[in-house]
Design a protein around this ligand. Structure first.
Ligand code: KG4
Ligand code: ZN
Length: 341
C-alpha cells in the first residue's frame, strides 16, 4: 500500500511517501525554526499560515522524487493530534481534500505514536514488547509497548516535558530557540564536574518525572555566577553541561527502573530529545549492563517528520482503519485511547 504522510502538528511541515512493500520512497521537511526564533518560541498563528504555504510544494516535491503521480497514491495519513489546533487543521483539511478528490481512504495518526514507531523505519527495528521513552517538546512518557495500539503508561512528566525543559532553560540562559540542540552543543565544551545539579524525583519510588525545578536551579546558578562577575562563555557551557547531565541521568535512572519493573531489556527512545548524543550514550551504557539494546531513529526522524506519520498510518490502514470525511483534530489525546491493531 502506497501511503502519503503529512505532519503539521507544530513548527515543521513534513511530507513522505511510504510503501508497505518497498519501504520509504521519499520524504521532505520544511522547518519553521527561523520564522519563530525571533519570538523565542512557536507562534501558533504563524505556524498555521506557514503550513498552508509549504504543504502543496512539498507534496509535489515528494511525489516527483519518488517518481509517483497523485493517482498512484493509495491512502493518506495525517497527524490529527495532539498539537496546535490551527496547525493540525491544515494537514487534516489537505489530507481529506486529497482523499475526496482521489477517492482513497485517509487516516488520522496520533503524533506520539508516529514518534514511537519511527525506529521501525531503521535497518534493525525493535521487536515487541519493549519499553519506550518518549521525549519531545510536549511529552515525557515511559510506556510499555506490547504492539501497535497496546500502550501501558508507566510514568510521565508532572510539569515540563524534557524538550520543554531544554528550551526554557536555554532561553533563561540567553540561548537561541530551540534550546535542545543549543544546550547539547554548548555542553560539549563544558567542564565535567564543575557544577552538580539535582536529579529530580529519583530519590523516591515511581516512574514520573518533574523538570521544572531543575530549570529554576539552573537559572539560579547562572544568576549567582553573573552576580559574582562571571558571565563567561565557559561558565555558560559548564552550566549547560551540568543541566544536560542531570536530565540525562534522571531519564536513565527512570528507564532502568521501568525495564526492571517490566522485566524487559529492549528500550526504544523517540521524539526530539532522543537525538541527544549524551542521552543515547548513557542509555546504551545502561542497557549494555542489562545485556539489552537501545533502539532509536536516525536524527532527522527523531524530530517531527512526515515519514513516521506515513509509516504509522500505513500500519493502521493495513489493519482496516480509516476516518470518515470529516475534518477533525484533537489538541489533547491520551495515547492509551488508541485502539490496538
Ligand atoms: O519531537 P519534536 O520535534 O517535537 C515535538 O513533538 O515536541 O521535539 C522537539 C524538542 C524540542 O524541545 C527540542 O529542543 C528538542 O526536541 N531537541 C533536543 C535535541 N534536538 C531536539 N533536545 C536535546 N538535545 C537535542 N539534540
Ligand atoms: Zn513531535
Amino acid at each position: 500500500m502506497l501511503v502519503l504522510g503529512l505532519e503539521t502538528s507544530c513548527d515543521e511541515t513534513g511530507v513522505a511517501l511510504y510503501d508497505s512493500e518497498r519501504g520509504l520512497l521519499a520524504d521532505a521537511l520544511f522547518s519553521q525554526i527561523d520564522l519563530h526564533r525571533v519570538y523565542g518560541g512557536v507562534v501558533p498563528e504563524l505556524a498555521s499560515r506557514d503550513h498552508v504555504k509549504r504543504m502543496l510544494p512539498l507534496i509535489r516535491q515528494v511525489l516527483g522524487e519518488a517518481g509517483v503521480t497523485g493517482g498512484q497514491v493509495e491512502a493518506i495519513a495525517y497527524t490529527s493530534g495532539p498539537g496546535l489546533v490551527g496547525a493540525l487543521l491544515v494537514g487534516a483539511a489537505c489530507a481529506q481534500a486529497m482523499a475526496l478528490a482521489w477517492d482513497i481512504p485517509a487516516v488520522g495518526v496520533h503524533h506520539m505514536e508516529g514518534h514511537l514507531l519511527a525506529p521501525m523505519l531503521e535497518e534493525s527495528p525493535p521487536a515487541f514488547p519493549f519499553v519506550a521513552l518518549l521525549v519531545s517538546g510536549g511529552h515525557t512518557q515511559l510506556v510499555r509497548v506490547d504492539g501497535i495500539g497496546q500502550y501501558q503508561m508507566l510514568g510521565e512528566s508532572m510539569d515540563d516535558a524534557a524538550g520543554e525543559a531544554f528550551d526554557k532553560t536555554a532561553k533563561l540562559m540567553g540561548l537561541r530557540y530551540p534550546g535542545g540542540p543549543e544546550i547539547a552543543r554548548l555542553a560539549e565544551q563544558g567542564t565535567p564536574g564543575r557544577f552538580s545539579f539535582p536529579r529530580p524525583m529519583t530519590d523516591r519510588p515511581g516512574l514520573d518525572f518533574s523538570f521544572s525545578g531543575l530549570k529554576t536551579f539552573t537559572l539560579n546558578t547562572w544568576q549567582q555566577c553573573r552576580d559574582a562577575g562571571d558571565a563567561s562563555e565557559q561558565t555558560r557551557a559548564d552550566i549547560a553541561r551540568a543541566f544536560q547531565e542531570a536530565v540525562v541521568d534522571t531519564l536513565t535512572i527512570k528507564c532502568k527502573r521501568a525495564l526492571k519493573q517490566t522485566g524487559l531489556n529492549s528500550l526504544v527512545i523517540a521524539g526530539g530529545v532522543s537525538a541527544n548524543q549524551a542521552l543515547r550514550q548513557s542509555l546504551e551504557g545502561m542497557l549494555a549492563g542489562l545485556k539489552g539494546k537501545v533502539f532509536y531513529a536516525r536524527p532527522r526522524f527523531c524530530t517531527d517528520n512526515g515519514a513516521m506519520i506515513a509509516y504509522a498510518g500505513c500500519q493502521r490502514l493495513l489493519a482496516g482503519q480509516h476516518e470518515g470525511p470529516e475534518i477533525k483534530v484533537q489538541a489533547r489525546w491520551p495515547m492509551e485511547q488508541l485502539p490496538a491493531i
